[in-house]
Design a protein around this ligand. Structure first.
Ligand SMILES: NC(=O)c1ccc[n+]([C@@H]2O[C@H](COP(=O)([O-])OP(=O)(O)OC[C@H]3O[C@@H](n4cnc5c(N)ncnc54)[C@H](O)[C@@H]3O)[C@@H](O)[C@H]2O)c1
Length: 397
């Protein structure tokens, strides 16, 4: 009998479903040191939370997250709610000695992220905290990181990141919490740009030291619809309209500690691009290119094979590739949900060995500082804006 890890998950919509799938699946495909138990799901509405428990596989449902934080029979709090709630839940959970998995971005401000990172440092190792930058768990990106760490790309020169979605292109798509600064912190920037920042820093092992940026809101007012159930909401809005208080698109250039330069774009208006999370890296010896919409592939170019010029398309399903041996035979492919399964696998292993799982809250604080600098730069004529504590904050390892 393995020791149990009794989980309470807060929020049960988009990420709630993805995390539930992960907790359900992980023990069936990975030999885990702890046995995750899907104990309680928390939602504000009694009936919707009960329905979610039945649908997603949770034993129980309650309507107040404070209740699960106070319970002795819960070991881990999984936070799948909008950014404005992360700090209160994470601080209470860590103070109660619970492990925490918190969705990204860590918080809606640097101050909140600092308080969370400090609480996580104090709680460790009795309780561990991790932030849900799930793309780190894509086998192709984990493999790309290994190649970079081995020096296969040589000195890193360019980092080119794009995260392109299009679900806001229609000006009649109603408002959701993602368009409300008080709930989301920022728009495309914090929602999808944060992934680019985390992926870039982690992949090349260097923090961003400064940025120059442009933020833009194409549709400043939208219909007020029913409260969104998530990204896919297409509910027709009513006659009433409300303001969009966040960016629709974020562009920024960046410098990295080691001398690489970066150019990044995050938008929800790239019509036809549904979830094109792309990154290309050029070094002195080679290049790598990845697009989440083809997540089972990694393109790799090595300049020391002149007679065989061209990018190689590596299919990321060989047993030697990160995570892949636990799934299907080569060539059978993984999908979005596998990122979240890998995320809980890595978290459970860290809990069992009392290691700090990555990305830590300190790593996520580092991302928050970059987000903050981007907002300050955009508000001040795109002026070059250094990142506070870039050398010391978090760490890309
Ligand atoms: N890792 C990723 O790739 C990824 C993808 C999407 C969203 N996210 C992050 O996940 C978080 C949630 O986003 P989402 O897309 O699941 O949103 P969502 O709108 O689909 O779901 C949010 C859920 O939180 C609940 N909720 C809100 N306030 C609450 C409260 N005070 N108490 C209890 N429940 C509350 C809502 O009822 C809903 O169930 C955000 O931080 C977002 O940035 C991460």
């Amino acid at each position: 009998m393995k020791p149990p890890l009794r989980v309470a998950m807060i929020g049960h919509a988009f990420m709630g479903a993805a995390h539930s799938q992960a907790w359900r699946t992980a023990p069936h495909f990975f030999d885990l040191p702890l046995d995750p138990e899907m104990a309680v799901v928390v939602g504000r509405d009694h009936q919707r939370a009960a329905d979610a428990a039945a649908r997603l596989g949770w034993a129980e449902s309650v309507t107040d997250w404070r209740e699960v934080v106070a319970r002795d029979d819960i070991d881990l709090i999984d936070i799948c709610t909008p950014g404005d709630t992360h700090e209160a839940i994470a601080l209470a959970a860590l103070a109660a000695g619970k492990h925490v998995l918190c969705e990204k971005p860590l918080a809606n401000s640097v101050g909140a992220a600092e308080r969370m990172a400090q609480a996580a440092r104090q709680a460790f190792p009795a309780a561990v905290a991790m932030c849900g930058f799930s793309y780190r768990r894509s086998p192709a990106l984990a493999f790309a990181r290994e190649l970079i760490a081995q020096g296969r790309l040589g000195e890193i020169r360019h980092v080119r990141g794009q995260y392109l979605q299009d679900w806001l292109s229609d000006a009649e798509t109603p408002l959701t919490w993602r368009l409300d600064k008080s709930k989301a912190g920022s728009g495309a920037l914090g929602d999808i740009g944060a992934h680019l920042i985390d992926t870039a820093q982690w992949l090349i092992g260097e923090n961003i030291t400064g940025v120059s940026s442009v933020l833009h809101t194409f549709v400043p007012e939208r219909p007020i619809g029913e409260e969104s159930g998530g990204l896919s909401s297409r509910a027709p809005g009513g006659a009433r309209r409300g303001p969009v208080t966040v960016d629709d698109a974020a562009l920024f250039t960046a410098r990295f500690v080691g001398g690489a330069i970066g150019i990044f774009e995050a938008t929800r208006f790239a019509l036809g691009r549904r979830n094109a999370n792309r990154i290309e890296i050029n070094g002195s010896r080679g290049s790598l290119s990845y697009d989440f919409e083809r997540m089972n592939e990694l393109e790799f170019y090595e300049s020391d094979a002149p007679a065989e010029q061209g990018f190689r398309r590596i299919q990321m399903t060989e047993p030697e590739h990160p995570y892949a041996a636990h799934w299907w035979p080569p060539g059978h492919g993984l999908g979005y949900e596998h990122l979240f399964t890998h995320q809980v696998v890595d978290l459970i292993e860290a809990i069992a060995t009392e290691d700090q799982p990555r990305p830590s809250f300190d790593d996520a604080l580092g991302v928050q500082r970059v987000l903050d600098a981007i907002e300050r730069s955009a508000a001040d004529r795109s002026i070059w804006t250094p990142i506070d504590d870039a050398e010391s904050s978090g760490g890309p390892a």
